[in-house]
Design a protein around this ligand. Structure first.
Ligand SMILES: *[C@@H]1O[C@H](CO)[C@@H](O)[C@H](O)[C@H]1NC(C)=O
Ligand SMILES: *[C@@H]1O[C@H](CO)[C@@H](O)[C@H](O)[C@H]1NC(C)=O
Ligand SMILES: *[C@@H]1O[C@H](CO)[C@@H](O)[C@H](O)[C@H]1NC(C)=O
Length: 437
């Protein structure tokens, strides 16, 4: 009960902070030394919300330090000096306004997941002109974010790691990440939705000015149904070393010369590529790790030189067992690293067998045709215009002339019995007009 006034005081602390600034001077020096020496302008932060003398009960300085962040912590979240975590609290975007830089001056890591932020494009997340200067990691995954712009991230100028995976981003301004000058890793896996995601869409995401996104080294765009990417889409992000494009619906990936020069790791797995060209390595001189597994590769003559290249230099390739030929039939399911080169691009090798089969089939057909006509030669005209189904009389005549004109009794042998049943089929009888012609 004695703590109640203290609690009330602390609850309202964000509003009191500003007016207390002057009184906090004694803590200012301490805060400055605690801050990382970034060579930036030193800002004296009102990190101590209250001084012990004001509380009903004095506590140690470390206690007060911890408590400031705790008491400013939004409901449902957990906070300490450097980290705020709000997971699955289904909050809307006004949650950001409860995380004011003035109350969390040392914030380094922000983990907000499982909320419904929707449209974040209109203004800076934390309000205007207030920066979380030491924020380096923001995990905004899984928040049903629908829209972002360059405006969105203006108050986190030193962000290095941005996680935006599992969102529903259908609208982006040009160059939305341009303001993030220190951005190193950008995670956009399963983040983009909307109409077919083609070259334009990805291009505008990275249409940075020449002094922007210079530190960006890893971009994850996997699982986004991306259909096409412009040759120059990544030309403005010169430092990219890792590009993850797995699980999209790409069937081609070409890069202008001198773009992505520093790219070392490229993931194109799980797409719709039917072939790859060795020229990929010409345009990406520093590429050392490539994943092309789980694509429907056609191991035909077009692919032969690539397969040869890949087998010679297979240390560059990941998931080789899952890098398989989808066609031709004879190579289906074989890893391109295990197929015999001789079996790729053989002039229709599998057709030898089908040709033999066709040849045999023609032989059989020819044999029967020959037999029909052999029987027909001595046949009177009545057979051509006679009734459709063999009458007993027909049967008898035809049996008489069977086997080269010799009279063959019906019960002669099983073989003959079979022949009869074939000839009794209207399709094969002489008086079938189709055959009689
Ligand atoms: C804050 O909490 C995070 C985890 O929630 C922890 O990793 C970090 O070390 C804590 N920082 C401080 C200063 O207590
Ligand atoms: C970000 O949040 C997602 C969803 O909660 C989680 O799966 C992922 O591990 C987090 N990543 C980091 C680096 O915090
Ligand atoms: C890529 O490799 C070339 C040499 O092949 C090298 O001169 C260049 O600096 C490398 N680029 C990057 C960004 O690492």
């Amino acid at each position: 009960m004695r703590r109640l006034p203290l609690c009330l005081l602390l609850l309202f602390s964000p509003f009191i902070i500003a007016s207390r600034r002057d009184e906090e001077d004694s803590y200012g020096d301490e805060m400055m030394t605690a801050e990382p020496a970034k060579g930036k302008k030193m800002v004296v932060r009102p990190s101590r919300v209250r001084s012990e003398s004001r509380g009903p009960r004095a506590s140690s300085p470390t206690m007060t330090l911890r408590q400031q962040e705790e008491f400013n912590c939004p409901i449902g979240c957990s906070c300490n000096k450097t980290t705020i975590t709000c997971q699955n609290i289904d909050s809307e975007s006004n949650l950001f306004l409860q995380i004011q830089p003035i109350a969390f001056p040392h914030l380094d890591t922000l983990i907000l997941t499982g909320n419904r932020f929707a449209d974040l494009a209109s203004s800076g997340l934390f309000g205007n002109k207030k920066e979380h200067e030491y924020l380096t990691l923001a995990n905004l995954s899984d928040n049903r974010i629908s829209s972002i712009s360059q405006q969105t991230f203006i108050n986190m100028p030193h962000l290095e790691y941005l996680y935006l995976s599992n969102n529903l981003i259908s609208k982006t301004s040009k160059n939305p990440f341009g303001g993030l000058k220190k951005l190193k890793k950008l995670y956009l896996s399963n983040a983009l939705t909307g109409k077919a995601i083609d070259s334009d869409r990805i291009g505008t995401l990275f249409e940075a000015r020449s002094n922007q996104l210079q530190d960006l080294e890893s971009i994850d765009l996997s699982s986004n149904k991306i259909k096409a990417i412009d040759n120059d889409a990544f030309c403005m992000v010169v430092g990219v070393a890792e590009l993850l494009l797995g699980k999209n619906i790409l069937s081609a990936f070409e890069v202008d010369k001198n773009c992505l020069n520093g790219l070392r790791r490229l993931d194109l797995s799980g797409n719709l590529f039917t072939s790859f060209s060795t020229s990929l390595f010409d345009s990406l001189p520093n590429l050392s790790t490539l994943d092309i597994s789980d694509n429907p590769i056609e191991c035909d003559c077009n692919m032969k030189s690539f397969i040869e290249f890949a087998q010679k230099d297979d240390t560059k390739f990941l998931n080789q067992d899952r890098t398989q030929c989808a066609s031709p039939q004879a190579l289906n399911g074989k890893s391109i690293f295990r197929v015999k080169l001789e079996s790729v691009c053989v002039p229709k090798s599998s057709n030898i067998f089908s040709n033999l089969f066709l040849l045999a089939l023609f032989g059989v057909v020819a044999f029967f045709v020959y037999r029909f006509y052999r029987h027909r030669i001595p046949t009177p005209a009545v057979f051509q215009f006679g009734p459709r189904h063999p009458t007993p009389g027909h049967d008898a005549i035809y049996r008489e002339i069977g086997e080269g004109g010799r009279i063959v009794p019906r019960e002669n042998s099983l073989e003959e019995e079979d022949e009869d049943s074939i000839f009794e089929n209207p399709l094969y009888t002489f008086d079938n007009p189709a055959w009689a012609r």
